[in-house]
Ligand binder design. Structure first.
Ligand code: DAH
Length: 341
């Protein structure tokens, strides 16, 4: 049989095959029979080599026409039934992807731990509103009318047509006032919450952060009780071997007032980047509740006395972790947050 005859027979076959294409799978089978390198058309092309020179134009033309016909038929079937689905390439030797679970934010973790430790000493959790009035945030806490903290520079005031004294609380000490107004001594409360200051956001400060306030009011409470409570807390929370110092300070709502420092957990007091080379880290402000505050909240300072203290929660987390930019706690970067799981 000459090649031309073979081509003519193949043409009959291909025409029959094309008219029988009714699915994507048929089209693929057609391609594998006729159009690939080892298919029928290519074997005719290979046969061209042995065709006498003078016959080549005629045979070549017939072959080209048949290829065009086969390709058009295949293409039409593809357009109608879609391309063959790619074979998925799965590498079964790869390790499985672990399931990722969420975790509690480091700020919440610290609040929970603080609440737990003070809870073990008998302190109950109390809460107050974020939107406060001047009396609870400043007035009843013995801030003078012209105290600079009341300035617009420090405090976010809330627009209110009826009154000008509505603000976002600048500290959780406002909750002390609410607790003393609504409970009878003995009072032993811990008050976590969000606070707001009109400050530029920087590596060291945020306009919105968290504090935990503590308050103990009973008969005969003294500075020694404050010291014992804070030391017990600090030993449980920080480092049983750390050293502590009580440094005199000033807050309008306590008298006497102090700040409590702990020897730096990193350098153990030698001086390093974390403690700014002082060897000490400030952990909280505290003091004996000022008689004016007790009186403003309806408690007789002749009968009762008490202590209060306040922590900045973000500060606690920065201190414990050595993170030196407070904004990192709120960037929600999983590379940072993942380290607190
Ligand atoms: N309210 C203070 C502040 O925001 C912190 C503080 C200091 C709270 C001494 C207290 C305290 O209860 O006794 O800086």
């Amino acid at each position: 049989m000459t090649l031309l005859e073979t081509i003519s027979l193949l043409r009959t076959q291909i025409e029959a095959d094309i008219s029988g294409l009714t699915s994507r799978e048929d089209a693929e089978r057609f391609r594998l029979t006729h159009l690939v390198k080892k298919g029928t058309l290519q074997s005719c092309v290979d046969g061209l080599r042995s065709v006498p020179k003078e016959d080549k134009p005629v045979v070549g033309k017939a072959l080209n026409e048949l290829r065009a016909l086969a390709e058009a038929g295949y293409q039409e079937a593809l357009d109608t039934y879609g391309a063959p689905a790619p074979i998925p390439s799965i590498d079964t030797t790869l390790p499985a992807r672990g399931a990722r679970s969420g975790a509690i934010h480091p700020i919440t973790q610290s609040i929970q731990k603080l609440v737990e430790i003070f809870g073990s000493m008998g302190f109950e959790v109390a809460e107050g509103p974020d939107v406060e009035d001047d009396a609870h945030n400043f007035g009843k806490l013995n801030f003078a009318d012209d105290h600079p903290a009341r300035d617009m520079q420090d405090t976010f005031f809330v627009e209110n047509r009826e009154r000008a004294d509505v603000l976002l609380r600048t500290h959780t000490s406002s909750v002390q006032v609410r607790v003393m107004e609504s409970m009878k001594p003995p009072i032993r409360c811990i008050m976590p919450g969000r606070v707001y200051r009109n400050e530029a956001v920087s590596a060291r400060s945020l306009a919105e952060f968290h504090q935990i306030e503590g308050l103990y009011i009973a008969k005969g409470v003294s500075m020694a009780d404050l010291k014992g409570t804070i030391m017990e807390f600090a030993r449980q929370f920080y480092d049983a071997h750390a050293e502590f110092r009580f440094r005199t300070s000033y807050f309008p709502f306590t008298e006497p007032s102090c700040e409590i420092d702990m020897s730096c957990f990193l350098c153990k007091g030698d001086g390093c980047r974390i403690c700014k080379h002082s060897g000490w880290l400030e952990i909280c402000g505290a003091g004996m509740v000022h008689p004016n505050v007790l009186r403003a909240c309806g408690i007789d300072p002749e009968e009762y006395s008490g202590f209060a203290f306040g922590f900045g929660v973000e500060r606690v987390v920065l201190m414990m972790t050595g993170i030196d930019d407070i904004r990192m706690l709120y960037d929600n970067d999983l590379r940072v947050l993942g380290q607190f799981q």
